[in-house]
Design a protein around this ligand. Structure first.
Ligand code: COA
Length: 248
């Protein structure tokens, strides 16, 4: 009888269907890759969230250990912290580069970007003390245009075994292009035609580790603060730097 029939054992692993918009990725270790753009909901429900979180922690731990900075600090306590930290404000997106295996893709690199506004409540009352939080808009130059649109780059990370092959440059270029595209699409709806808009990407990084990488890609320093030994348990001092780049 049908009710007594045991379920058929699975003969193969279920395919991990990756939601989102797929684009060709760069060649990594001579192999093709796929870049996928995810919105916040797709990220939160992605079957790759665990491996993404593991890769991000491995990348940051490897990077920090090169100069013994923040040795024992995990970037994410758990993978589900990632969608929470990135948030879901309209326009936010995450890019995953995976290898091209259909049934079991592996995350090789990632970046996210989100619309940024200065957290004024925090800036005013000072309830949040983390120096990693940017508290001021880019200030090194007067705005060129009456409207300034700010976006923030987050969680650029590449699997430590696959670094120095151009994957981060690919991710950064793609994130900047996607921000330009989203901004232009939004502008045609939100802003009076003919209004000049200054489009700016901001980011926060540990200067000793990644500052030069961003500077070579056109980012300029807005402000920085030196954190002494002991900050977040670090065994050496390091500099938290806030950069920005004009995207148009
Ligand atoms: C920072 C990080 C994302 C860079 O990733 P990556 O994939 O190694 O970066 P790329 O390969 O695109 O570029 C890195 C360097 O390698 C160089 N490079 C690229 N392809 C190369 C190749 N085939 N051979 C040798 N060098 C190469 C690039 O020119 C670049 O040099 P530069 O920094 O002197 O300009 C990576 O080190 C990482 O994940 N770090 C930990 C996380 C982190 O700190 N993220 C930043 C948060 S703000």
């Amino acid at each position: 009888m049908a009710a007594d029939t045991a379920p058929e054992p699975l003969t193969q692993a279920p395919k991990q269907k990756l939601n989102g918009q797929h684009l060709p990725g760069p060649t990594v270790n001579g192999q093709p890759t796929v870049a996928t753009l995810l919105n916040p909901d797709e990220l939160a429900s992605s079957p790759l969230l665990d491996s993404l979180g593991t890769m991000i922690n491995a990348a940051f731990t490897a990077g920090h250990s090169t100069k013994n900075i923040l040795g024992g600090t995990k970037r994410l306590n758990q993978p589900s912290d990632l969608p929470v930290q990135i948030g879901s404000s309209p326009g936010t997106f995450t890019v995953l580069v995976t290898d091209a295996h259909e049934s079991n893709p592996r995350v090789l690199g990632t970046v996210s970007a989100k619309p940024y506004s200065v957290p004024l409540d925090i800036a005013r009352n000072g309830t949040k003390k983390s120096a990693f939080l940017r508290l001021v808009a880019p200030t090194r130059r007067a705005p060129r245009a009456p409207v300034v649109e700010l976006w923030e780059l987050k969680f650029l990370a590449v699997d430590p075994s696959l670094q120095r092959q151009g994957l981060a440059v690919f991710l950064l270029d793609l994130a900047e292009a996607e921000v330009r595209r989203r901004s232009e699409a939004k502008r045609s709806v939100d802003v009076e035609p003919g209004t000049d808009v200054e489009l700016v990407m901001v980011l926060t990084t540990i200067d000793e580790l990644v500052g030069p990488f961003y500077m070579r890609r056109g980012y300029e320093l807005d402000y920085k603060s030196f954190q002494d030994i002991g900050y977040m348990g670090t065994e050496v001092g390091f500099t938290i730097a806030h950069y920005s780049k004009l995207l148009n």
